[in-house]
Ligand binder design. Structure first.
Ligand code: ASP
Ligand code: MG
Length: 403
């Protein structure tokens, strides 16, 4: 007998038919002799609709009250799903985040899980119940409801799988698994059978969009075997697990991210501490910096450019402008019409030819590169956002990922 955690995304439980479809899948797993814990997201666009409702009342709603509001979406889906399982003649009980002891820190709207107490779930499993848990939500030390950030139900599922030492954590969604590129823009994108935690982490954080990246971080940390599957068919899906060390470099996928903006500081003093001052200011204000580029100095001046998320651009710009005297630059230039395109695969660092091949694909497509960054597992370039589709397809073809 195995313990299986299944997570169903909002699109998989969007309406009555889909709720019953999911209930049937759960019952199948249960009938095969497994203990089943299910984590669900809010139905369809519920979370977005709730955010809109709040906006009708307040421009800057209290974060505590926002979490109180958004957590209701998942409370609807768990109760409906438990009822559907009852209709099929099987025992199920729905539980909220606080009922399962999902303890988080106190940062409303983006809280992190600290501990899962889980005794209630264990008790329900001992009574042979299918346990249906609200994703995305937890409780903090003030006994207030918190939420884990958009898409956070994946992370709830992995946290439960880790706490319960589950044999498998299945993430059900509306696509067949993790693809070599976004299938909406690359026609011959292929579903991967397997991907390592490290590769998945890069693909998730680079904007592949199938998994909440904190869920991958957590599954790597606790070695939770995870699988991404389609809730509407029986295809195998993609298994995410510990990767084997490989000598040979294999490019696994091409990710793209449109949530990027570039900031350039022109003519900053070319002296020790210049970069330190800029990036410590960013860190102090929680601005995540990604690609960094510094030009060669000339006449005691240099340029420093870097990328941030679009949502952080205003804050970053304001901080830089307020500190112009301290930093001593001439001008801040920003660009929002940029995007990051990356190739991901273990062993990148020992294969300089791989980066060259990616640049060649872009050259052949006539696409200019603004910035480059490399790591052990990826090569990223910043290009103009108008070229994203062309770039991703050119790179995908060059590495023959569709074959
Ligand atoms: N319902 C939440 C959201 O829409 C959490 C999730 O779907 O994972 O972001
Ligand atoms: Mg999701």
């Amino acid at each position: 007998m195995s313990l299986i955690v299944q997570k169903y995304g909002g699109s998989s439980v969007a309406d009555k038919e889909k709720v019953f479809n999911v209930a049937k899948r759960i019952v199948e797993t249960y009938k095969n002799g497994n203990s089943v814990v299910v984590v669900v997201s809010a139905q369809g666009d519920t979370t977005d609709d709730l955010i809109e409702k709040a906006a009708e009342i307040s421009k800057h709603p209290s974060k505590r009250e926002m979490d109180m509001l958004l957590s209701t979406g998942e409370q609807i889906s768990i109760s409906l799903l438990a009822m559907a399982i009852h209709e099929l003649g099987y025992p199920a009980v729905s539980l909220t985040g606080w009922q399962v002891g999902m303890e988080t820190d106190s940062q409303y709207s983006k809280s992190r899980i600290k501990r899962v107490e889980a005794s209630r779930i264990k008790k329900e499993l001992d009574h042979n119940n299918i346990v249906v848990v609200a994703g995305f939500q937890g409780i903090n030390k003030y006994e207030d409801i918190t939420t884990l950030g958009r898409g956070g139900s994946d992370t709830s599922a992995v946290a439960l799988a880790a706490a319960l030492h589950a044999d498998l954590c299945e993430i059900y969604t509306d696509v067949d698994g993790v693809y070599t590129a976004d299938p909406r823009i690359v026609k011959n994108a292929k579903k991967m059978d397997e991907v390592s935690f490290d590769e998945m982490l890069e693909l998730a954080s680079l904007g592949a969009g199938v998994l909440h990246n904190r869920s991958v971080e957590m599954s790597r940390k606790y070695n939770v075997k995870m699988c991404v599957r389609n809730s509407m068919n029986d295809h195998e899906g993609t298994i995410v697990k510990e990767g084997k060390k490989m000598e040979r470099m294999v490019v696994k996928g091409v990710a793209h991210d449109l949530d990027v903006a570039r900031i350039a500081l022109v003519n900053i003093e070319d002296e020790p501490g210049a970069a330190f001052k800029v990036f410590s200011l960013m860190a102090k204000h929680n601005v995540d910096v990604d690609i960094i580029l510094q030009s060669i100095g000339r006449e005691n001046k240099k340029d420093i450019s870097f990328t941030v998320k679009k949502s952080s651009l205003d804050v970053a710009k304001k901080i830089l402008e307020e500190n112009q005297d301290l930093l001593g630059y001439d001008e801040v230039k920003v660009r929002e019409d940029v995007a990051k395109v990356s190739i991901v695969g273990a062993g990148m660092v020992n294969n300089p030819g791989v980066a060259a091949k990616m640049f060649e694909a872009l050259y052949d497509a006539g696409i200019n590169i603004h910035m480059i960054s490399t790591s052990e597992i990826k090569v990223s370039v910043l290009i103009s956002s108008a070229n994203v589709e062309k770039a991703v397809n050119a790179i995908h073809d060059k590495f023959e990922l569709g074959k």
